[in-house]
Write a protein that binds this ligand. Structure first.
Ligand SMILES: Nc1ncnc2c1ncn2[C@@H]1O[C@H](COP(=O)(O)OP(=O)(O)OP(=O)(O)O)[C@@H](O)[C@H]1O
Ligand SMILES: [Mg+2]
Length: 219
């Protein structure tokens, strides 16, 4: 099956850093799979998600969307629409005064009218069990509530794949259980970065391990 998003021999470098953050990484996400991504601090997990979402340019290698190399701006735009990313820090995702505005922002940006965007936002929050937060000022949310709302901002855009960077941070046991149910029943292709191996074991259909910017052989 063709991957929704894939990297081939991807190398990513940051300015002022002698070593590449990703070294010749091959990685693909296909419809229906939930890929766990584990690895030590600084091993390149966040960088890999950013590269897969088209948010971090490659020094060399290829980024593919639906099997085609992403070269043109328009192709990058389509990739970004299909592949959502929930950032490691929820505050990077939320910037409007209320939850509803934040969740409606993505659909509005995709060209939905006000009504439609609002309706999608309400529906998405409902699916996540967070309908009651719709009118809350974003800055008053707890850490766990921010995580759920950050996920809602991405799901409201109805992506084909979602990349989640440490989604269980700040969640209590009930929050984690609810998140697991959402992720498993949602049927979306996922990449899940987590240091919580039990969480990955329960949710991921396969797990990949990064070490020093390279993918370790299975096992
Ligand atoms: N904006 C940046 N500028 C310079 N170096 C960076 C930048 N972002 C990440 N790096 C470096 O790239 C490497 C990989 O970082 P990355 O954030 O991808 O790791 P990670 O596996 O997500 O770590 P963590 O588990 O701590 O979140 C690290 O050495 C980090 O210092
Ligand atoms: Mg990280």
């Amino acid at each position: 099956m063709t991957a929704i998003t894939a990297l081939e021999q991807a190398v990513v470098r940051y300015p002022g850093r002698p070593d590449a953050a990703l070294r010749a990484v091959d990685f693909a996400v296909r419809s229906g799979e939930r890929v766990g991504l584990a690895g030590d601090n600084g091993s390149g997990k966040t960088t890999l998600l950013l590269a897969l979402a088209g948010l971090r340019p490659l020094a060399s290698g290829r980024l593919l969307h639906g099997g085609r190399q992403v070269v043109l701006r328009e192709q990058l735009r389509r990739l970004r629409r299909d592949v959502g990313i929930v950032f490691q820090n929820a505050d990077d995702q939320l910037f409007l005064p209320t939850v509803l505005e934040d969740v409606a922002f993505g659909p509005l940006n995709l060209g939905c009218g006000q009504e439609e965007a609002r309706a999608r936002a309400v529906e998405t929050l409902g699916t996540l069990g967070a309908a009651g937060l719709a009118h809350a000022p974003t800055h008053t949310l707890s850490g766990g509530q921010k995580r759920i709302v950050a996920l809602a901002t991405v799901l409201a855009m109805r992506p084909r794949a979602v990349l989640l960077d440490e989604p269980t941070n700040d969640l209590d046991a009930r929050g984690v259980a609810r998140l697991e149910e959402i992720l498993v029943t949602g049927g979306l292709a996922l990449v899940l970065v987590s240091h919580d191996h039990a969480f990955l074991a329960r949710v991921a259909t396969r797990t990949v391990c990064l070490h020093d910017g390279a993918i370790l052989a299975p096992g």
